[in-house]
Unconditional design. Structure first.
Lengths: 312, 324
């Protein structure tokens, strides 16, 4: 087990290095001269030179890559060009909102998705199952922005149950209240997806011989379903949850914009529009790190759900 | 006269396929005495596993019992509700060991956990798992698993095929069933391991006085194990006799053909086979199901269904040759 986790942890290093290389090469790959684009047409050559020095573009690329790496190890992600603040503090400001929103959204999706999937597997081939399949397809194919707008129209505007924008004025309950809409909007697509996956994985597991064995030894159906079959069937679901959390961490842009919440996704998109190169690099690096961590946790939890993995 | 533990009357089982029902078992009449080992033999596709699963209600939802009844200890178990059947029969009175031990244990749970759960539900949740662990370790020792305390916390993939089948037998006998359905329990094993498992099975049967319905395609395996043999072909029982008698004087042409196919390691002749294949359900021929492959078939075989008849005391056969 220890070896397995160590191996997984070591794999993080090349992954992150690759991400860093891609992020670094952004300033070379983007069309045009970064200084010109950022400073605009009225910039003097001195200003451009100053900016190039700040961005490390005045040295050969390998030297400036090493400097970039060194700074990152020191925790220095550079300074935002337009905000005049260190990139790290800007990211740390929005990160908690992103993490909470993602975990809440994915948590809802996992709970609802697995519940629907289990029901569908249990009542396979009935009208109830067909109804659940329909629900899964509808939710899986609803884009986040439509779900978000619909939630606002129905629950904020018509029924006045949840706030439509913002993050609440401090206090746990207020934050929670403001989280309901965005989390629901975020969860809807993944709910249907996880439900479909749970159903098919469960049906496949229930078809296996050891289920018959357990049945023939008098183990009750509910116990077979929720203990024996679910643990065997959950592996593909965990893989999808790992990927899903990773994607949402940097990708909840629509929800953040619609519900007017601060967040990493929104920050990255704004920075791209502003051509704030250090900010883009820092934001994407944060998103990539979170993605890697989410998948690391998923990988490690595999070992719990499938003992055969520990030995490989 | 000894009690009948299992009595199957005129059983017919059907599968739903594209809206139509296909008969896969027809006119099954079978009795099992207390403590008896009855072997059910036949080629693949003859319906022997289906019969075993029918008794334990392990068939998929698309299957149904069309006719007949199954009496267990004098009680009609076809009329039990699913819940009563699970509470009273499975794991209490009957258990089943399946063919492939590689798939018989859940790969993601410790072997000990799986054994304890069987015991736990056998005790109707009255005893805690801690109390039951002693019993579980005891039975693992009995089936020849060394260091059971340690093996208890291992996963199925850490067991060899033979070891897994020993665990399966432990799980089956732990509930001290009156009837064990063994569905080709040694087919997937090496010959040497097969012999070990068969010895273990005989030992357990002697100790627990369990009746066994032993399903196999291998007459050689059941020869030394069973008291009686029932031969199945294409969803029907064609011959039932004491083991010795069946080997000495097979009556049905199918049994005769099966016996001829048994390899003899002393001779180097080519292996004999029965020409043709077992017909699929739905494509059964008119008349006797075996007549297209039978070297004795005559006119009547192509027109009428033969019925299982007692030709000499305790020897049943379904063949028109006995009438002429």
């Amino acid at each position: 087990m220890f070896i397995y986790i160590t191996k997984r942890l070591l794999w993080v290093i090349p992954t992150i290095l690759t991400v860093l290389l891609i992020l670094f090469s952004l300033s070379y790959l983007l069309p045009g001269d970064p200084a010109d684009i950022i400073l605009g047409p009225r910039a003097t050559p001195e200003m451009a030179e100053e900016l190039n020095r700040r961005l490390g573009l005045d040295k050969p690329w390998y030297q400036s890559y090493l400097i970039y790496l060194k700074n990152i190890i020191k925790g220095d992600l550079g300074t935002s060009i337009f905000r005049d603040r260190s990139v790290l503090t800007v990211i740390l400001d929005v990160l908690p909102y992103t993490v909470i929103l993602t975990l809440a959204g994915m948590g809802l999706a996992v709970f609802n998705g697995i519940s629907i999937g289990l029901l569908a597997a249990n009542y396979n081939n009935s009208y109830f199952e067909k109804f659940l399949t329909m629900v899964s397809f509808i939710t899986a194919s609803t884009p986040t922005y439509i779900a978000g707008v619909l939630l606002i129209v129905v629950f904020s505007v018509n029924f006045n149950l949840i706030p439509s924008i913002g993050i609440g004025e401090g206090g746990f309950l207020s934050s929670l209240h403001h989280l309901i809409g965005p989390a629901l909007a975020l969860s809807i697509g993944w709910t249907g997806y996880i439900a479909r996956l749970t159903r098919s994985s469960m049906l496949e597991t229930l078809d296996q011989e050891f289920i018959q064995t357990e049945k023939s030894f008098g183990i009750p159906r509910y116990y077979i379903l929720y203990k024996y079959a679910l643990k065997k069937a959950i592996k593909p679901i965990i893989a999808v949850i790992g990927l899903g959390i990773g994607r949402l961490l940097g990708g909840a842009v629509f929800v953040e914009v619609i519900f007017n919440r601060p967040g990493l996704g929104r920050l990255i998109v704004n920075s791209v529009n502003e051509r704030d190169l250090p900010m883009v690099r820092g934001g994407v690096l944060a998103a990539a790190l979170l993605f890697v961590i989410a998948n690391l946790i998923a990988d490690i939890s595999y070992a719990y759900f499938d003992p055969r993995i520990k030995q490989k | 006269m000894p009690d009948k533990i299992l009595k199957i009357n005129d059983l017919a089982v059907e599968y739903r396929n594209k809206g139509k029902y296909l008969r896969v078992l027809q006119d099954i009449n079978l009795e099992l005495d207390n403590g008896e080992i009855l072997a059910l033999v036949g080629e693949s596709g003859s319906g022997k596993s289906t019969l075993g699963k029918t008794i334990l209600r392990l068939l998929p939802d698309s299957a149904r019992i069309a006719e007949g009844s199954i009496f267990f200890k004098g009680k009609d178990i076809c009329n039990l509700s699913e819940k009563d059947f699970n509470d009273q029969i499975r794991g209490q009175e009957m258990a089943m060991v399946i063919q492939n031990p590689q798939n018989a244990l859940n790969p993601v749970f410790k072997v000990g956990t799986q054994i304890l759960d069987v015991l736990y539900f056998k005790s109707k949740k009255q005893k805690s798992r801690k109390e039951l662990k002693k019993e579980a370790v005891e039975i693992l020792k009995k089936v020849g698993i060394s260091d059971p305390e340690y093996r208890f916390d291992e996963y199925p993939h850490q067991f060899s095929g033979g070891m897994k089948q020993r665990v399966m037998l432990a799980m089956a006998f732990i509930s001290n069933p009156s009837l064990l359905i063994a569905d080709e329990p040694t087919t997937a094993l090496d010959l040497t391991v097969e012999a070990q498992i068969l010895n273990l099975l005989s030992k357990l049967v002697e100790e627990y006085k369990t009746s066994i319905l032993y399903i196999s395609h291998d007459l050689g395996v059941v020869a030394g194990l069973s008291d009686r043999i029932a031969v199945m072909y294409a969803g029907r029982i064609v011959e039932v006799a004491q083991t010795k008698e069946l080997f000495a004087e097979p009556n049905h042409p199918y049994t005769e053909a099966l016996l001829k196919c048994l390899p003899d390691y002393k001779k180097t002749e080519e292996l004999l086979t029965i020409p043709g294949q077992v017909p699929d359900p739905g494509n059964y021929p008119v008349g006797c199901n075996f007549h297209p492959r039978c070297s004795y078939s005559f006119d009547r075989c192509r027109k009428e269904d033969p019925v299982l008849k007692e030709i000499i005391p305790n020897h049943f056969s379904a063949c028109f040759l006995n009438d002429s």
